[in-house]
Ligand binder design. Structure first.
Ligand code: ADP
Ligand code: MG
Length: 394
């Protein structure tokens, strides 16, 4: 082409398309961990163990005791847009699982070597298959690419090796395996807190290490789980918060893993009666929130702000800033509270499909919700503080 002419447009090869898309879903090992954790939770697992080597860049393994994958599905499980969870676009508004796009395993298989060993509860044995670029590959030289029978226990084990082996630039950008490992720990810890009321045990350790770095029991008492994860010093300073007008029964909130409108609404029914947030939002988007926050006695250097909206781990800077602003009246400058909040909204108020990593969630009535959460936190903090000074005086 002459330098003055328009460049010709060519179609990218499917391989390039897939690798680019995969790189958007899996930025770093912690993204892969989140996707695989969610798959385990979707599979009904009550025990999830993560093992990492080299910050997850060399080796990452996740073992669960969920329902497993049928042998017949093992051929397509790593193809893009293959899922057992979503059938119709309209189902997105009522999706009850973390996954729905069938993109995670496919993406991982385009940037790493992936091996699945899985056994269903009624299966005769476990089956194992390795994958590259969305398709099964022979396990060894001369081997067949199909699932191979092997010994195992019901559940699924997924091994991810040499992530970004085919994206050298990205691989070089990772400075420190320990930073990547810390991000993995952060993801696992957040899910452990969120699932802390439904009896799911989480363990995360470095490969070859006998002492886990995250270990939470299969408890249904979230305070007990927080004590295991963060220690007694925080656990004894926690306050309950809840509020919001509640969700109408039947107006199903979306959300995986037991996050249901019923639960949210029931939990907040009393809060709504006593908090003025109820009236303010009466004609707006119905919502319910609940959680645990540290009291004015406790502060930490590192920020821990764990937010799940409709069961999904998300970022919502307006909520975070409003809550932190409430605490700034009480805490030393430069320190942070510890906050865990779950917020439930009607499924059709939230667009879960905004971003490939599903990190960002937009919803209707954001201002009302921010205001209601912040004012409830302020009430709870003030109440706790007032009763403490009252006791201190007597
Ligand atoms: P999605 O979660 O969006 O369906 P994924 O690529 O994450 O897509 O997973 C594809 C499919 O593989 C899932 O729909 C599920 O059927 C199956 N799967 C993945 N991980 C597990 C697991 N740990 N246990 C059981 N099934 C799994
Ligand atoms: Mg998934």
């Amino acid at each position: 082409a002459s330098s003055a002419g328009a460049p010709s447009i060519r179609r990218l090869s499917q391989e390039v398309v897939n690798r680019i898309a995969a790189g958007e879903v899996v930025h770093r090992p912690a993204n892969a961990v989140k996707e695989m954790l969610e798959n385990s939770l979707d599979a009904g697992a009550t025990n999830i163990t993560i093992t990492a080597k080299g910050g997850g860049l060399k080796f990452l393994q996740i073992q669960d005791n969920g329902h497993g994958i049928r042998k017949e599905d093992m051929g397509i499980v790593c193809e893009r847009f293959t899922t057992s969870k979503l059938r119709e676009f309209g189902d997105l508004n009522s999706i009850q699982t973390y996954g729905f796009r069938g993109e995670a395993l496919a993406s991982i298989s385009h940037v790493a070597r992936l091996t699945i060993t899985t056994m269903t509860r009624d299966g005769p044995c476990a089956f194992k298959a390795s994958y590259l670029d969305g398709a099964p590959v022979p396990a060894g030289p001369g081997g067949s690419p199909g699932p191979q029978p092997c010994a195992g226990v019901p559940g699924t084990q997924i091994t991810v090796e040499d992530v970004f082996y085919n994206m050298p630039t990205r691989l070089r950008a990772f400075r420190s395996p320990s930073e990547e490992y810390n991000r993995i720990i952060e993801v696992v810890t957040r899910y452990a807190v969120h699932c802390g009321d439904r009896g799911v045990a989480f363990t995360c350790r470095k490969h070859g290490s006998s002492s886990p770095d995250v270990h939470s029991p299969a408890s249904k008492d979230r305070r007990a789980v927080v004590r295991h994860l963060y220690g007694a010093a925080l656990a004894k300073e926690l306050l309950d918060v809840s509020g919001g007008p509640g969700l109408k029964p039947g107006a199903a909130a979306t959300g995986p893993c037991g996050s249901s409108a019923g639960e949210g609404a029931a939990g907040s029914a009393t809060a709504a009666a006593t908090s003025d947030a109820g009236d303010a939002a009466a004609e707006g988007t119905p919502f319910a929130f609940s959680g645990l926050v540290s009291n004015a006695n406790y502060s930490m250097k590192r920020r821990v702000f764990i937010l799940f909206i409709n069961g999904r781990l998300v970022d919502c800077p307006p909520i975070r800033k409003a809550v932190e602003a409430v605490f700034s009246d009480y805490l030393p400058k430069g320190t942070h509270p510890w906050v865990y909040l779950r917020l439930d909204l009607p499924g059709d108020a939230v667009d879960v499909n905004v971003h490939p990593t599903k990190r960002e969630v937009h919803f209707l009535g954001e201002d009302e919700v921010v205001e209601a959460v912040a004012s409830r936190v302020a009430d709870v903090l003030m109440g706790a503080n007032a009763s403490r000074s009252f006791f201190a005086q007597t």
